[in-house]
Design a protein around this ligand. Sequence first.
Ligand code: AR6
Length: 172
Amino acid sequence: MAKVEVVKGDITKIEVDAVVNAANEQLAGGGGVDGAIHRAGGPAIMAECRKIGRCPTGESVITTAGHLPAKNVIHTVGPVWRGGKQGERELLTSCYHKSLQLALEHELYTIAFPNISTGVYGYPKREAADVAIQAVNHFVERNERIKKVLFVCFDDENYQIYKEKLENMTSE
Ligand code: AR6
């Protein structure tokens, strides 16, 4: 089965086939990881985003990775946290599943995810980590071609949460 791991750092520096971006529905760029990816990857990414147009929450689209070491960027739109009863969990699960599906369709087998929705969109970090780990495990158990999934945590809080949760899983 694919290796699921956590690392701390900047996703724009990670050498994988595909890095996932936590975008908005307009694919308009923004702050956080989205801003970092467009800055580091250069204007070719935005040029493709403009051609695509928009991406609904819970869905994913793919573009070039520009100057990034990755081959492609997969842009997904996480849910804005509205208290947890507005389908947030299902939408966040869908972000991970749709991104991995798109990666497979493009023969991209090593994938790095940021902690989608846990910045500006306000999804509680522990809950988001549970959803992310469950969604990824569910997918990789059924899709053997995925070689590696990295959770790239930028902030220390997310890193500690993922480390703890992934360690607990391997010791079960
Ligand atoms: N590498 C990896 N993770 C990062 C990086 C980086 N370089 N920079 C920040 N993070 P956010 P969201 C982490 O706000 O909550 C944007 O403006 C950060 O610590 O980037 O899904 C978009 O355009 C946090 O844990 O994304 C949307 O409008 C995580 O990335 C909106 O924000 C996600 O935080 C999306 O909000």
